[in-house]
Write a protein that binds this ligand. Structure first.
Ligand code: GLC
Length: 457
């Protein structure tokens, strides 16, 4: 009897303990969403809050208006003729301050510029190679340093794109699609010369600019071991433990980089960034007039942030340093929209599942504000399904108009909260996307069950 009592007592204590742990874990993960905050989450904070970055592809290819690097690699132009573009790379109307201001106006919080693309042409005065803007082009000046400075002056984060492959460098393996110089494993000494060169350039970049973010590219040409990727990661983190690396370092990065195509389903990576062109080219191509409209770009941007990502929108300046007017227009239009809707954008988190609202949504960090992105004219009411919260107030973001709502179909004998109808008057609509702010009575709470069935208990 005594033994039994002791046993029962022990199990009871055990149970209480287990329930305690369970309660702790559930409350904690609910309020943190995504679990415990790690050091890496801390360093990713600015990136996750930033939402919009501007990508810049600027290099020799802007002279002829051809594909960056790939045009010679794929044989559309000879390497010799490709190199002749150095004579046309003048940067004579280049105004880095104006670039940074335009970027800031677009609502972007960071910018990523091609310090060196696969062609190997460096925008800064690299001591490791004369093939750069100062020693090897008509510009005869460092065009990277003043831009980095202008970004910092405008409180924008600095991202440096750096291509691991360098197709013009004599001791690099790949050259043209159908001609490879050598294989790394066959000539380790030669490969080592290249490793020293590229790692030297990266150290140089780290010392000169201390970037907030490194955007690697072209990692597919070699394995992590061949690139010595973990070593490179260490070198950069030694210099700045808070710097961020994109994923293109053979699995040694901090966030995923889907390219061009907006993910249809929510990416599983915690941090991600869609890089996308405005037309069909990364660099300036006079012939490419196939621009997305500001409305389409804003729509894609809304989809991206609704799924918890960032948009890295690309511009391709001309060889003289001017930014094509179509691109300036897009950045300005985007800027008007982001400025008006900033509360729904910056610092927000991925929105609610699509079944609840047929459109993009975001949530505030504390999950008490739900933002609905309404494309075009809904011609009357919009619908939110299965929202368990009481809505304390609804207004049109950037405009302030208060909206009323009605809940229909609530089932008194189940948790099913019904369908919310919100009337959106035409006069409050935005030209691109209207955003509604819903102030909830607490953290967003959604009905995720199958339907309203009579519950047994
Ligand atoms: C691809 C291309 C490159 C471009 C990059 C941008 O990896 O190789 O030309 O710069 O995408 O994301």
């Amino acid at each position: 009897m005594r033994i039994r009592f002791q046993n029962n007592y022990k199990t009871m204590i055990k149970r209480i303990f287990l329930i305690g742990i369970l309660l702790f874990v559930t409350t904690f993960s609910w309020s943190q969403v995504g679990g415990v905050k790690t050091k890496s989450d801390e360093k990713m904070q600015w990136f996750q809050d930033a939402k919009l970055g501007i990508f810049i592809h600027w290099g020799l290819y802007a002279v002829n208006g051809i594909d960056e690097s790939w045009s010679f690699y794929n044989g559309y132009i000879s390497h010799d003729n490709y190199l002749k573009q150095t004579k046309g790379f003048t940067a004579k109307n280049y105004n880095p301050g104006a670039w940074a201001e335009l970027i800031k106006k677009s609502g972007a919080k960071y910018s990523v510029i091609t310090s060196k693309h696969h062609d190997g042409f460096a925008l800064w005065n690299s001591k490791y190679s004369n093939f750069n803007a100062v020693k090897g082009s008509a510009a005869k000046k460092d065009v990277l340093s003043p831009f980095v400075k202008a970004l910092r002056e405008n409180n924008l984060k600095v991202g440096i794109y750096y291509s691991l492959p360098d197709w013009s460098y004599n001791d690099y393996t790949h050259f043209l699609r159908d001609s490879i110089r050598y294989k790394a494993k066959d000539e380790p000494k030669r490969w080592n010369t290249f490793l020293k060169y590229y790692q030297g350039q990266l150290k140089e970049i780290a010392d000169l600019y201390n970037p907030d973010l490194y955007w690697f590219d072209g990692d597919w040409e070699h394995s992590s071991e061949e690139w010595e990727a973990p070593k490179v990661r260490n070198i950069l983190f030694e210099k700045n433990p808070n710097t961020i690396l994109n994923s293109r370092l053979q699995g040694n990065g901090d966030y995923a980089t889907p390219e061009q195509g907006m993910p249809i389903t929510r990416p599983k990576d915690k941090y991600w960034e869609l890089c996308m062109t405005m037309n069909n080219s990364w660099g300036f191509q006079k012939n490419d007039r196939d621009y997305k409209t500001p409305n389409q770009i804003i729509g894609i941007f809304a989809d991206v942030i609704s799924n918890g990502g960032n948009l890295l929108l690309d511009i391709g300046p001309k060889a003289d340093g001017t930014i094509p007017k179509e691109q300036v227009n897009i950045l300005n239009e985007l800027g008007n929209w982001t400025a008006k809707h900033k509360e729904a954008i910056y610092g927000s988190r991925a929105g609610i599942p699509k079944e609840h609202f047929y459109g993009p949504t975001t949530l505030s960090k504390d999950r008490k504000m739900l933002y609905l992105f309404v494309k075009g004219n809904p011609n009357g009411e919009i619908v939110v399904r299965g929202l368990k919260n009481k809505i304390n107030r609804i207004w049109v973001v950037g405009n302030g108009t208060k909206l009323s709502h009605k809940v229909v179909g609530k089932v008194y004998w189940s948790h099913y909260p019904g369908i919310t109808y919100i009337d959106v008057p035409e006069h409050a609509l935005d030209d691109h996307i209207t955003v509604l702010a819903l102030l909830l009575d607490g953290e967003v709470d959604l009905y995720r069950e199958d339907g309203a069935v009579i519950e047994s208990n």
